[in-house]
Design a binder for this molecule. Structure first.
Ligand code: 4AD
Ligand code: MG
Length: 436
């Protein structure tokens, strides 16, 4: 747009350009003027920059354009980078010219005032530009990177599992879609069953992608589309599995603390509650959990799955996540291995986040006995023809193996201290929300 030869720079990189002229592009967040001197604050995704325009030193056209700026106008500004300790980011730009890239009508919907949550979600595409939402997205991206780094450093192979499936993984609701002459295809609720096949090929694998559940629950913890990271390890038993989980979670939290302090501060997260998250985590047998809950006044009975309130009671006072292990068979999925020490239960665990965030991981040792697995598939009235391949894994060289699924958005909600999971996803999918 300008004929100048100054190079473009991102706001975050400006300190290195001190004393030189650069061009910066971004969106206007604030403007104010004293008549002779004007201030424009712009955001470019990398940082926030205060720009100063002095009427007597810019062209009349630039000064006039300044008068048209509204919130979210996109602009290109050329100027000199000046170090200034008081300015956000430690620099200020002394403008020499200002061009408007794209105007923004003065009715930008998101204003610095209280908006209702439905309004904000209807405007999610714009809400993302606000400081708090940007901080959440950055923490989420860091967590995803930490997940990949953790497994890469430990020599796991990433295996991408299908989203269109014939086999059902979990008990919760299914999204079905017609699939040519093959009947119904279901959107994957989990990549696990395919991960088990891959573990027999590669030893240690993980998958990480979107999963879908037609959950009819409107809670602070449920999305209909969420991302799940699912490692699967050949020859790991349930104890090894919990060990991997506590190392994994500790790694993720440490990474966010190391690299995302600014974002956590923006979110007003009490980081002292994250600094204590270090392996090992306490482990409570399901039988003991029921006794603890009853002693705290819960009406839970042996055999029940644990609800959100029970989960909160169990982590009361805990300074790190807590494992509840070996649940009753009826409360859990068909593929979990029967506990040889108590066949009413299965070798599994739920990892509960502290501060009432509830289950962030579900994991288990898998049933590796062909006949018992077949029995469980029949008991659950699952379509046998869709599980032939899964049974094959027990027919050709069956093996002890375990794995787990970490829900990304629940982890983000916990680490960011969000009251509701919907803010943990850039475009959350809820029962009553499919747009934007
Ligand atoms: O406990 P879940 O259902 O376990 C599985 O899907 C296993 N196949 C995992 C495995 O062993 N490979 O789900 C795992 C995690 C939960 O702990 C939770 O964090 C998250 O996935 N999750 C949800 N997150 C958001 N919205 C929902 N509706 C969720 N359902 C599960
Ligand atoms: Mg679960």
């Amino acid at each position: 747009m300008t004929s100048s030869s100054s190079e473009y720079a991102r706001i975050v990189d400006l300190p290195a350009h001190a004393g030189r002229s650069v061009r910066v592009r971004g969106w206007v967040t604030h403007v104010r003027s004293s008549g002779k001197v004007a201030f424009v604050v712009i955001r470019d995704g990398s940082g926030i920059l205060q720009v100063v325009l002095v009427k007597s030193t810019v062209s009349p056209e630039s000064w006039e354009r300044f008068g048209t700026l509204t919130q979210e106008t996109s602009v290109e500004i050329e100027g000199e980078v000046r170090l200034d300790k008081r300015a956000p980011g430690g620099v200020e730009l002394g403008a020499t010219s200002l061009e408007v890239e794209g105007p923004s009508p003065g009715d930008y919907p998101i204003q610095p005032k209280e908006h209702g949550i439905d309004f904000l979600l209807d405007h999610r595409h714009l809400w993302l530009r606000s400081e708090r939402q940007r901080a959440i997205l950055r923490v989420r991206a860091e967590i995803e990177q930490a997940i990949r780094d953790f497994f890469y450093e430990r020599d796991f192979t990433l295996v991408d599992t299908p989203i269109l499936t014939a086999a059902i993984g979990e008990r919760s609701g299914l999204f079905a879609t017609e699939y040519f002459d093959e009947g119904n295809a279901y959107l994957a609720q989990t990549g696990q069953l395919y991960g088990e096949a891959a573990a027999a090929a590669l030893g240690k694998i993980y998958c990480f992608g979107p999963t879908f559940r037609a959950e009819k629950s409107k809670t602070r913890r449920h999305l209909t589309e969420f991302w799940m990271c699912e490692p699967e390890v050949a020859f790991n038993d349930s104890n090894d599995n919990m060990k991997l989980q506590e190392e994994f979670i500790s790694f993720i939290v440490a990474r966010v603390l190391e690299r995302k302090q600014k974002e956590l501060a923006e979110l007003e997260r009490d980081v002292s509650k994250l600094e204590t998250v270090k392996a090992p985590f306490p482990r409570i047998d399901y039988n003991d959990a029921v006794k603890i809950l009853q002693s705290k006044g819960s009406e839970v009975k042996w055999g029940d799955d644990l609800g959100a309130e029970d989960e909160s009671l169990l982590v009361e006072g805990a300074d790190r996540p807590v494992f509840i292990f070996n649940y009753p068979k009826e409360a859990k999925a068909f593929y979990m291995k029967e506990n040889p020490a108590d066949p009413r239960t299965v070798l599994c665990d739920d990892c509960l986040a502290p501060e009432g965030y509830g289950e962030i991981i579900g994991g288990s040792q898998r049933e590796d006995d062909y006949d018992r697995l077949l029995e469980r598939i029949k008991e659950e009235k699952l379509p046998l023809d869709a599980y032939g391949w899964y049974l094959d894994l027990r027919k050709y060289g069956t093996f002890v193996h375990s794995g787990f699924g970490l829900g990304l958005e629940r982890t983000v909600a916990w680490i960011c201290g969000l009251p509701h999971i919907r803010e943990a996803s850039p475009f959350p999918r809820l029962m009553n929300r499919l747009r934007p």
